[in-house]
Design a protein around this ligand. Structure first.
Ligand SMILES: NC(=O)c1ccc[n+]([C@@H]2O[C@H](COP(=O)([O-])OP(=O)(O)OC[C@H]3O[C@@H](n4cnc5c(N)ncnc54)[C@H](OP(=O)(O)O)[C@@H]3O)[C@@H](O)[C@H]2O)c1
Length: 270
């Protein structure tokens, strides 16, 4: 796989299996080489979507996700793009236009945490990196999706799901308030954009996962964070990427046709 070019494993188009819709469903899932994003890709592939796997640097993980999709016969491409970079985002969407065709779904999933610390220790470089990766990226991807999906721009509608976090409610004191604040911004983006495009054929919704078993916690410096916090979670355990992916799939689907500006909390009751 070349970083500059997408890999395209198969070219089998999948239409809605029930035959109720004629549009081929095509989704971009940002940050889908690992964790929750990879689980979303797998579920959407199983559901007949064409999918674009996006990753920042872990090419081998992206190749593995694409290989899994190949087994399902799903039409899949993987594109390296740093979604905090505007030129990369534009290239990502243009490549999907060319390789997969009309975009019908976007999942803004890519995000980072940085090593746990208190606000008094954060410098501007850290804060700006956090906001560029977790917030600017989602604005840019929403912009590109709206330009393609909105009736106002000649599009045929679509669905966007943003991945926020329970941290937006909890605040992540002593761990990463910068991350929690970035997710607060995602909640506001969800509500505002949902209202902005409600009569243009686009639904915008959000999931707020809590404590999910992924690699992300190692990036914060505490790989076993979810296990440490398990006793504070009413359901008594961390969640799985698949438990979050199921909610995202539902929000994207026609089954959620009356939901926009909505939030699903997936935090085991916390
Ligand atoms: N895990 C949790 O407990 C939890 C809880 C609440 C919310 N969430 C949210 O759920 C989402 C997914 O989290 P996760 O735990 O699955 O994360 P993860 O396992 O750390 O995976 C992060 C993914 O994002 C990609 N990525 C990171 N920065 C990127 C960038 N600048 N451009 C493009 N891709 C980028 C990574 O690509 P590479 O593989 O190339 O590095 C990877 O595919 C995030 O929005 C996160 O905030 C997670």
């Amino acid at each position: 796989m070349n970083n500059a070019n997408p890999i395209n494993i198969s070219h089998i188009d999948h239409v809605d299996p029930g035959g109720t819709r004629e549009r081929v469903r095509t989704a971009i899932i940002t940050g889908s080489s690992r964790g929750i994003g990879a689980a979303v890709v797998r579920l959407l592939g199983e559901s007949g979507y064409q999918v674009c796997v996006n990753y920042r640097s872990n090419k081998s993980a992206a190749i593995k996700v694409v290989a899994d999709l190949e087994k399902l016969g799903a039409n899949t491409i993987a594109i390296q793009a740093d979604v905090s970079d505007e030129a990369d985002v534009v290239r990502l969407f243009k490549t999907v236009d060319k390789e997969l065709g009309e975009l019908t779904a976007l999942v803004n999933n890519a995000a980072i945490v940085l090593p746990q610390t208190r606000v008094e220790n954060m410098d501007a470089a850290r804060i700006n990196r956090m906001l560029a990766t977790n917030v600017t990226s989602s604005f840019l991807c929403c912009r590109e999706a709206v330009r393609r999906m909105s009736y106002k721009h000649g599009g045929n509608g679509g669905s966007i799901v943003n991945v926020s976090s329970a941290a937006a409610r909890i605040g992540s004191a002593g761990e990463y308030v910068d991350y929690a604040a970035s997710k607060g911004a995602i909640d506001t983006l969800t509500r505002g954009l949902a209202l902005e495009v409600a009569d243009e054929g686009i639904r915008v919704n959000c999931v707020r996962p809590g404590f999910i078993h992924t690699d992300m916690h190692a990036d914060g410096g505490e790989p076993s964070r979810v296990d440490r916090l398990a006793e504070t979670i009413p359901l008594g355990r961390g969640g799985t990427p698949e438990e979050v992916a199921n909610a995202i799939r539902w929000l994207l689907s026609e089954e959620a046709s009356y939901a926009t500006g909505s939030f699903i909390d997936l935090a085991g009751g916390r």
